[in-house]
Unconditional design. Structure first.
Ligand SMILES: [Zn+2]
Length: 272
């Protein structure tokens, strides 16, 4: 029999992804069996946002978050002819229509995300300005509906922090943070959370974040299918317990205490 209340939490899963096609429900079931209380499934753009809401409606332990991924946020502005990244340029869609849709469903989701700023894949100043415009709009939607934000930030960590402070955002999680430790400490001191993926088992940067930041500001995520503990293997929410064990080792505390602290932090940020 499944436990009535799970122990573990995943604040950032991409179960709507080609790597999980046709296995979304089985993956959700494995998460439950692995002892996850909650998995937040994050959308990126119109298609995945709607699929996230549908999937979460079928599973009590899945919670939807809808947003606009920064690379998608600037889809109307990027120079498609100059796109030379190892993945296709984002599908074109009406960003303002999607912002209106997110505003309309915001009361029925647990968080606004994935959203943020990405200056790693996007370097054009006009496209970066568009990312900021969209993120500011999402901050205002989140505040209006009293929801936290789940943030992606890559090569734009300081700017993202500054923008959140400027918008008066109080509730946010920085997912897969890869910036400087000093800035991470400022982010945590501002009351924001940082979520650690299971790759912490073999990634020293995440072990360092885990041991150096206040326990009260840490969370767990998977970012699945990415950031798994086994190199080259598909990640999934059922791997969270392994990440927690590695985090406990990094802090030198019992794994049960680590899991309990993370569960309490989840409750504090997402109110469930
Ligand atoms: Zn993500």
């Amino acid at each position: 029999m499944l436990p009535a209340v799970g122990t573990y939490v995943d604040v950032h899963a991409h179960l709507i992804h080609p790597d999980f096609a046709g296995e979304e429900d089985a993956t959700a079931a494995r998460a439950r069996e692995a002892g996850l209380a909650w998995v937040i499934v994050n959308g990126l753009e119109p298609r995945s946002n709607r699929a996230v809401v549908e999937l979460c409606a079928r599973h009590d332990h899945l919670l939807p978050a809808v947003g606009i991924y920064p690379v998608d946020a600037c889809n109307a502005v990027i120079d498609r002819d100059a796109w030379d990244h190892p993945f296709p340029a984002p599908t074109a869609f009406d960003v303002d229509a999607e912002l209106a849709w997110i505003d309309g469903v915001a009361d029925d989701v647990v968080a606004i995300g994935e959203c943020g700023l990405d200056a790693y894949w996007v370097k054009d100043p006009a496209a970066l300005a568009e990312q900021e415009r969209v993120l500011r709009r999402l901050c205002r939607i989140a505040k209006a509906h009293d929801k936290p934000l789940i943030l992606h930030t890559r090569k734009a960590e300081a700017r993202t922090f500054e923008l959140l402070q400027d918008e008066g955002v109080e509730r946010a999680d920085f997912h897969c943070y890869g910036g400087k430790l000093k800035l991470a400490k400022r982010i945590a001191a501002a009351g924001y959370y940082l979520s650690i993926p299971p790759v912490v088992e073999r990634a020293e940067s995440f072990q360092r974040l885990t041991s150096e930041l206040p326990l009260s500001q840490l969370l767990t995520e998977t970012d699945c299918p990415y950031m798994g503990p086994d190199k080259g293997e598909r990640n999934e929410p059922a791997n969270v317990p392994r990440g927690v064990t590695a985090m406990a080792a990094a802090r030198g505390i019992p794994a049960d205490d680590m899991a309990a602290a993370l569960r309490a932090n989840f409750q504090a940020l997402f109110r469930c």
